[in-house]
Ligand binder design. Structure first.
Ligand SMILES: [Zn+2]
Length: 505
């Protein structure tokens, strides 16, 4: 995600990046999990009523014999939800209205079960369904009806579109640390999921179309006999979420084929065309740059979708939401937002992580990647942003440390959006930029490329990132990360020494 307070106005000189990819799927050892879940959904959307109803089937290999957990984030936006705490006002905006979410059926292996819900987390008893964990898949069926809330966030609507982020049920992750059952919070991107395959059937009234994590050209459309409805079959493999946008006929498209991927920027009639072209160019160029630098982008489509709301940008696999404020008037900030969200395709998308416990891991790497791209393609825009990030990431450190705050802490422990931004984004970025200035960009890129290659389609932890930098350095990188991300002042000298030993002369 990209928070609005990072806005920096600067003129930019666009430089067209050219170059060829390092070869499609070249030398990528895709460590694809063998036991992926399959989500199959059949939904009908009523755009005028902002209602989505249908069924979802999840076939998965249970991690525990007795129970599974699923996140149902739409519950965070119902009337009953507990929306107290830091960040809610900004997320909801003015005049927000709640939505509703109802589950009318829940079956495990075809048998009715009674789940228990705590906030957005549903505990599903597996009963006799799961003979033993990990040996056979279990099928969970649910039927739901969702009426969208209206707010400034990732799942809302306006007169021309419905944007659905984190709307489908998603299995909670159980890793070495145990179950991750974090509640929805308005700070950061409070999500953690594993890659899965998705098969969706989406029925819409004529006059609307879907854009999603899946690829358009891999979808099929059938029309109802009376011509009033269309059903789209859309699939997406190896993705850790499935975002969906329903748009009316005011939407237009710019598209550019780059390597095996079509980059599509969806905008509305009436948007500022100079700005639309600028955003589209940033998407095409940055996707190409990251593809060459960090490893192949594996999907055949990448969508940049204009939404309403006021969240700047939000990443999903194969698709990012960019709010309409960036499409209606000329500004350079939009370029930076698009570059940032595009970089998330690698850091969050291809390599997942616990975005609640280790937000710095995807946000720090993403901002580093985005500013590395801007540094090449839009140097004047980059210069000011880099200086600001470095300033915020370093000069503020002592006072945050005195308050016991550090980048490497759960998102809900940040007292406000400022500390979250300074520590997670700016300090995360500064840590890597300092390394780049000392060692050269090739060394940092090499570590990140190995990190992506090793964990592609999987999840990684901060420790696993440290392991890549230890390898590049030929010695343990822990003090450097402990100093920068853990704010451990006792490690400052060791961190500096570690950095200096490999400084490029
Ligand atoms: Zn982000």
């Amino acid at each position: 995600m990209y928070k609005r307070r990072m806005m920096v106005a600067a003129a930019a000189v666009a430089l067209v990046l050219t170059g060829t990819a390092t070869g499609e799927g070249s030398a990528q050892s895709a460590a694809e999990p063998a036991k992926k879940a399959i989500y199959t959904a059949n939904v009908t959307v009523d755009p005028k009523q902002h209602r989505i109803a249908g069924s979802v089937q999840i076939q998965f290999w249970p991690k525990e014999r007795e129970r599974a957990y699923i996140h149902l984030y739409p519950y965070a936006f119902t009337k009953e939800a507990d929306q107290k705490g830091v960040g809610w006002d900004e997320l909801l905006g003015k005049g927000a209205t709640p939505g509703t979410y109802h589950i009318s059926r829940m079956l495990v292996q075809g048998k009715k079960v009674e789940p228990t819900r705590t906030g957005t987390v549903l505990e599903v008893p597996l009963g006799a369904g799961a003979a033993s964990a990990g040996t056979a898949p279990v099928r969970l069926d649910l039927a739901f009806e969702l009426v969208l809330p209206r707010n400034d966030g990732r799942m809302s609507y306006d007169d021309h579109a419905l944007w659905l982020g984190n709307w489908l049920p998603v299995l909670a992750v159980k890793d070495k640390a145990g179950w991750h059952l974090d509640p929805y919070v308005p700070m950061g991107d409070p999500f953690y999921s594993e890659t899965a395959d998705y098969r969706l059937e989406i029925t819409l009234p004529a006059g609307y179309q879907p854009v999603s994590t899946g690829s358009d050209h891999q979808s099929s459309v059938t029309q109802s006999p009376d011509g009033k409805r269309r059903t789209y079959k859309i699939g997406a493999d190896n993705v850790r979420d499935f975002a969906l946008m329903i748009m009316d006929q005011t939407y237009r498209l710019l598209e550019t084929k780059a390597n095996q991927t079509v980059v599509k920027t969806w905008y509305r009639t009436g948007d500022n065309m100079n700005q639309v072209k600028r955003l589209h160019q940033a998407a095409v160029q940055s996707l190409g740059y990251f593809h060459r630098t960090y490893g192949a982008y594996p999907y055949t489509e990448y969508d940049v979708v204009r939404t309403g709301g006021a969240f700047n940008g939000m990443e999903y696999p194969g698709l990012v939401f960019v709010d309409g404020n960036h499409f209606t008037r000329e500004n350079q900030f939009g370029t930076a937002v698009v570059a940032h969200e595009t970089a998330h395709q690698w850091f969050y998308g291809l390599v997942g992580n616990d975005q609640i416990g280790e937000a710095w891991l995807d946000e720090g790497l993403t901002e580093y990647a985005a500013l590395s791209f801007l540094h090449k393609a839009y140097p004047r825009l980059a210069e000011e942003r880099i200086a600001r990030r470095q300033m915020r990431g370093t000069v503020t450190a002592d006072s945050y440390a005195a308050d016991g705050l550090r980048p490497w802490q759960p998102v809900q422990e940040f007292p406000d959006l400022y500390s979250y931004s300074d520590l997670v984004y700016s300090r995360g970025f500064s840590m890597l930029w300092t390394l780049r200035e000392a060692w050269g960009e090739d060394q940092v890129d090499e570590a990140l490329r190995r990190y992506v290659s090793k964990h592609r389609y999987g999840v990684a932890t901060g420790k696993e990132l440290i392991a890549e930098f230890s390898q590049i350095a030929g010695e343990d990188a822990t003090p450097y990360f402990a100093y920068w991300m853990g704010m451990d002042r006792k490690q400052e000298a060791s961190a500096k020494a570690w950095l200096e030993r490999r400084r490029k002369r």
